[in-house]
Design a protein around this ligand. Structure first.
Ligand code: KIV
Ligand code: ZN
Length: 390
């Protein structure tokens, strides 16, 4: 049996960037987009072009820079938003317009102040207009998981009839439960998609810590695109974490026999690069990419791992690009060890930058027993974006 392909839609540069402490400069967005391309994501959502001049410029720049991935721009169902997204994406090799409108009664009444009939009308106009510019149009029903399912299916049906190629089911407020979300995805598949060539996508927020579990349940129920971010950054408690989704599929291929294009050895470098750009790193116990994810402290565990790593490791650090830390960086470490560690993190420094960073490293190592990867990211030179390996 051929394995079902899962499209990985990365929204680090859009939903991720929308969260506090995560705004990025243009140069940083381009570096991150290049790294996402190297990682193998299928779609990069690069921003919300109508939102600001900066967002417009970054979507246009990512569209120019990334020729091997689809580049998406987000827009409301407003005509001027769609025109702006189309303009930002005009030089993309594979452009996607992603348009969204809320479908839950609470959003209709208090935020949009629109009737259900008006929302259907807005959907039809927006998707048809987007199709005048591109063949690849994604439609999202914001707050889908708190929407009336009959109305949700009616809106999705309209989107498909007007030319949407992907239907996205967002759990905008992180409210749903895995079993319930799977039922919703099945309903959309059976009632709307049927045998038509339309993808079902999911976009899960992590308010109850269920974003990854809900995305996995949705894939099993028939979704073939997941929207996610590096380190799980995103609005409020964040989005589903890309690295967790991918390693669940890799480690539990026995129960999740799906294909994707991700090079898992680029997961840690991507996580580290993002941490160096935004104003916070990941928590030490974060699955896959946290500092302690492969650290064994208890003697009994250390003994087990030394005898056979499989005793306590379900995946190797190398498989996700975490270097085996045979060299501990401390005050006796030299420039070579320091340069090598930066290289492991996907960061190449030139001569002047090494001198600058080395002085800071020595001062830090004098105060701290061990210097960790997070510390190295914190002492990067000001010229950092151009120092990142392409
Ligand atoms: O969370 C959400 O509903 C979104 C949509 C714009 C897809 O980010
Ligand atoms: Zn979102």
């Amino acid at each position: 049996m051929t394995q079902r392909k899962i499209t990985i839609f990365d929204t680090t540069l859009r939903d991720g960037e929308q969260s506090p402490g995560c705004s990025m400069y243009l140069e940083e967005k381009i570096s991150m987009a290049r790294q996402l391309e190297k990682l193998g994501v299928d779609v990069i959502e690069a921003g919300f072009p109508f939102a600001s001049e900066g967002d417009f410029a970054s979507v246009a720049a990512v569209a120019e820079a990334c020729r091997d991935t689809v580049v998406a721009g987000l827009c409301r169902t407003v005509p001027s938003d769609i025109e702006r997204a189309a303009e930002a994406l005009k030089n993309a090799a594979s452009p996607r317009i992603h348009t969204f409108v809320a479908t839950s009664d609470i959003h209709l009444e208090y935020k949009l102040k629109k009737t259900r009939a008006e929302v259907i009308e807005m959907t039809a106009r927006a998707v048809s207009k987007a199709r005048e510019y591109v063949d690849d149009v994604e439609f999202s029903a914001e707050d889908a998981t708190r929407s009336d399912v009959d109305f949700l299916c009616q809106v999705f049906e309209t989107a498909v009839e007007c030319g949407a190629t992907t239907l996205n089911v967002p759990d905008t407020v992180g409210y749903t439960l895995p079993g319930e979300f799977a039922e919703l995805v099945k309903a959309v598949k059976e009632r709307v998609v049927r045998d038509r060539d339309v993808k079902i996508s999911v976009h899960c927020h992590n308010d109850l810590g269920l974003a990854v579990a809900n995305s996995i349940a949705a894939i099993d129920a028939g979704a073939s695109q997941v929207e996610c971010t590096i380190n799980g950054i995103g609005e409020r408690a964040g989005n589903a974490s890309l690295e967790e989704l991918i390693m669940i599929m890799a480690v539990r291929g026995d129960r999740m026999p799906y294909r994707h294009n991700i090079d898992t050895t680029q997961l840690y470098p991507s996580s580290q690069l993002l941490s160096s750009i935004v104003s916070f790193g990941v928590q030490p116990n974060k699955a896959i990419v946290g500092r302690n994810a492969f650290a064994h402290e208890a003697g009994i565990h250390q003994h087990g791992v030394l005898s056979n790593p499989l005793c306590y490791e379900i995946m190797t650090p190398e498989s996700v690009g975490v270097p085996r830390n045979s060299i501990v960086l401390g005050k006796h470490s030299g420039r070579h060890a320091l340069i090598a560690r930066y290289e492991d993190l996907g960061i190449s420094l030139d001569g002047e930058e090494i001198a600058e960073v080395y002085d800071r490293f020595v001062a830090l190592a004098d105060r701290k027993k061990n210097v960790y990867d997070q510390d190295l990211l914190a002492i990067m030179p000001a010229s950092r974006p151009s120092a990142i390996a392409a």
